[in-house]
Design a protein around this ligand. Structure first.
Ligand SMILES: Nc1nc2c(ncn2[C@@H]2O[C@H](COP(=O)(O)OP(=O)(O)OP(=O)(O)O)[C@@H](O)[C@H]2O)c(=O)[nH]1
Length: 525
C-alpha cells in the first residue's frame, strides 16, 4: 500500500515552515554571536598592534638614550685620555699644574655635559681642577673611584656611582682614569664629573606620557639618571629587578612587559647595553597609558556591537513571532480546508445517495445508466436493467403508518442491495417504493436470475403485510437486457422496456418477475 502522506526529501523538510522556526532562532543567535566575536577579535587585534607599535617606540627611545650616553662618555673619556697623556709628559710640577688648570677650565667651559675636571695624586690630594682649590675637595681618597684605581691596575675608564659634588653639592657622575708613574705604580687619578642635569634636560625632551620612565644605569643595576627625577633612586640598585636579573644576562638588547620594582606600574620596557661602556639605557611606557585610547575605542566598539546584537535579537524575536503566527494561521487554514473537504465529501454523498435507504439515488442511477450504455455500446456487450416495485405498498402505509412504511422500504432496499453480485452492479431507489438494479455484462437470462433471487429473498424475509394476499411484503420485477446501439435512445429504451415488463408482472398478479418480450407489446419501441 502506498503512503498517502509520503515523507518529503530532506532538503524540502528543511524548508518546512515548522523546521524554519528553530533554524531562524539558531541563525539569529549565530549571527549575534559572530558579530560580537568578530568585534572582540578586532579589538584584541588592535590591542596587539598598539602594544607592538609602543614597544617599537620604546626600543627606538632606548636606542637614542644609549647613543647619547655612548657619545657623552666617549667625549669625556677622550678628554681624560688627553689629561693622562699631558700629566705623563708634563709631570706634576707646580708650573705644569697651573697650565693644566687653565686647560681644565677651558675644557669645562666648552663642554655643557661637564661639571668639573680634576687631577689627584697617589694619596688623593688635590693637584689641579677646573675649580678654584677648595678645602672640601682637598682630599678624595675616600671616594670609590679613587680606591678603585688605587687597588686596580686597569688603565681604562671607570664610571662610578653618582655622588654629590663636595664643591657645588650637585649630583654628578664620576668618570675617571688611573695615573701611573714611570715604573707602572699608582700615581693618582684624573676625574671628570658629568653633570646629571645634562642628562635630565636631554631626557626631558622626550614625550613619555605621565607614567613613562627613562633611565641610565650601570650594568650592575646602580641608577645614574632617572627621568622623571626621583631623588631616592639616584645611586639606588635595581640589581634585583627582572631586567638585570633575567633579561640582561640573556641578551644585551631586549624588550619586556614588566611590573616596575620602583612604583608597581606595568610598563613596556626596552633596554640596551652600551657597546663600549658598562652602562644600560632603559626606556619604558606605561601599558595603561599606551592602551588608554585603545580602551576607549574598545568600549565604543563593544557598545555598538552589543547594541547591534540586541537589535538583531529583537528583530529575530519579532521574526520568530511572525513565523509562529504564520504557522498558526496555516494550521487554521489546513483545519478549515480539511473540514471543508469532509463537508464536500458529505455533500457529494448526499447528492448521490438516497437518504432513506442509503442506496444510490435517481440522479446517480441516471448518470450510471448513461455511462454503462456507452461502455456496453463501445464493447458491444449486453446491459440489463431490473425495475422492482413493492406490492400493495399503499395499503402497507395505510395499515401500519408512514414511518413503518419507511422502515419496510429500508428492509426491501437491504434485500435489493444484497442482489448486487459484481462490483459494477448498481442498486438505486428510483422513486417512492420503486427500485432499479443496473447489471453490466449481463444478458436477459442472467438478469432474470438476479431478479428472481431478490424476489425470493424478500419473500423469505417474511415481512408481515396484512393488506397483501400472501400476508407478506413482496415485490414485482420487470427485466430487460440489450446490446446498446450507441444511440441516445438506448438508455430510455432500457428504462421503458423494463418498466413495461414490470407493468406486466403487476398485471399478472404481482410477486413475480417478468422479462420484456417484444412480441407481447404492440407499441413500437
Ligand atoms: N412510507 C412511504 N411511503 C411511500 C414512500 N414513497 C411512496 N410511498 C407510498 O407508496 C405508495 C405507492 O402506492 P401505489 O403507487 O398505488 O402502488 P401500490 O399500493 O404499491 O400498488 P401496486 O404497486 O400496484 O402493488 C403510495 O401510497 C405512496 O405514498 C416513502 O418514501 N415512504
Amino acid at each position: 500500500m502506498t503512503d498517502p502522506h509520503p515523507r518529503p526529501p530532506r532538503v524540502l523538510r528543511l524548508l518546512d515552515p515548522h523546521a524554519v522556526l528553530p533554524l531562524a532562532r539558531v541563525f539569529v543567535v549565530l549571527v549575534g554571536l559572530s558579530l560580537i566575536a568578530g568585534v572582540a577579535w578586532m579589538i584584541w587585534n588592535a590591542r596587539s598592534v598598539q602594544l607592538e607599535e609602543s614597544q617599537k617606540e620604546t626600543a627606538n627611545l632606548a636606542y637614542a638614550l644609549a647613543r647619547h650616553a655612548q657619545d657623552t662618555v666617549k667625549k669625556v673619556d677622550t678628554m681624560l685620555v688627553g689629561l693622562v697623556e699631558r700629566l705623563d709628559v708634563d709631570g706634576m710640577a707646580p708650573q705644569a699644574l697651573q697650565r693644566l688648570q687653565r686647560l681644565l677650565r677651558l675644557l669645562v667651559d666648552a663642554s655643557p655635559e661637564l661639571h668639573g675636571l680634576f687631577a689627584y695624586d697617589r694619596d688623593g690630594r688635590w693637584l689641579s681642577s677646573s675649580f678654584e682649590q677648595s678645602a672640601a675637595a682637598a682630599n678624595t681618597s675616600d671616594r670609590e673611584y679613587f680606591r678603585y684605581h688605587r687597588d686596580n691596575p686597569d688603565r681604562g675608564p671607570h664610571i662610578g656611582a653618582p655622588v654629590r659634588s663636595r664643591i657645588t653639592g650637585a649630583w654628578v657622575i664620576p668618570i675617571s682614569r688611573r695615573l701611573e708613574d714611570a715604573h707602572g705604580r699608582f700615581a693618582g687619578v684624573v676625574l671628570a664629573t658629568v653633570d646629571m642635569g645634562y642628562f635630565q634636560r636631554f631626557y626631558g625632551t622626550f614625550d613619555i606620557n605621565r607614567r613613562g620612565a627613562l633611565s641610565l644605569t650601570l650594568d650592575n643595576g646602580t641608577v645614574l639618571v632617572r627621568h622623571p627625577y626621583m631623588e631616592r633612586l639616584i645611586g639606588a640598585s635595581l640589581a634585583t629587578g627582572p631586567i638585570f636579573r633575567e633579561h640582561l644576562p640573556r641578551s644585551p638588547v631586549g624588550n619586556a612587559t614588566l611590573t616596575s620594582v620602583v612604583d608597581g606600574e606595568v610598563r613596556l620596557y626596552s633596554y640596551r647595553h652600551l657597546e663600549h661602556y658598562p652602562l644600560v639605557a632603559t626606556a619604558a611606557l606605561s601599558q595603561a597609558e599606551v592602551l588608554a585610547n585603545w580602551r576607549q575605542d574598545a568600549y565604543v566598539q563593544l557598545g555598538v556591537a552589543t547594541a547591534l546584537a540586541l537589535l538583531l535579537g529583537l528583530l529575530g524575536f519579532h521574526l520568530t513571532r511572525l513565523i509562529k503566527a504564520g504557522l498558526a494561521t496555516e494550521a487554521e487554514l489546513l483545519g478549515a480546508r480539511d473540514s471543508l473537504a469532509a463537508l464536500n465529501q458529505r455533500l457529494e454523498k448526499l447528492a448521490l445517495e438516497d437518504e432513506l435507504t442509503g442506496l444510490a439515488n435517481r440522479r446517480q442511477f441516471m448518470a450510471a445508466l448513461d455511462e454503462e450504455v456507452l461502455r456496453a455500446a463501445r464493447h458491444q456487450r449486453p446491459l440489463a436493467l431490473l425495475m422492482l416495485d413493492v406490492d400493495h405498498f399503499k395499503q402497507f402505509n395505510d395499515l401500519y403508518g408512514h414511518s413503518a412504511g419507511d422502515q419496510c422500504l429500508r428492509s426491501v432496499a437491504q434485500v435489493i442491495r444484497g442482489g448486487q453480485k459484481r462490483p459494477g452492479d448498481l442498486a438505486a431507489r428510483y422513486g417512492g417504493e420503486e427500485f432499479c438494479v443496473l447489471l453490466p455484462e449481463t444478458d436477459m437470462a442472467g438478469a432474470l436470475v438476479v431478479a428472481e433471487q431478490i424476489r425470493q429473498t424478500l419473500e423469505s424475509q417474511g415481512l408481515v403485510h396484512a393488506g397483501s394476499p400472501l400476508g407478506l411484503v413482496t415485490l414485482s420485477a420487470g427485466v430487460h437486457a440489450l446490446i446498446p446501439t450507441g444511440e441516445a435512445e438506448s438508455a430510455a429504451q432500457l428504462l421503458h422496456c423494463a418498466d413495461r415488463a414490470l407493468y406486466r408482472a403487476k398485471a399478472k398478479g404481482r410477486n413475480r418477475v417478468c422479462g420484456f418480450d417484444v412480441s407481447l407489446f404492440k407499441e413500437k419501441l
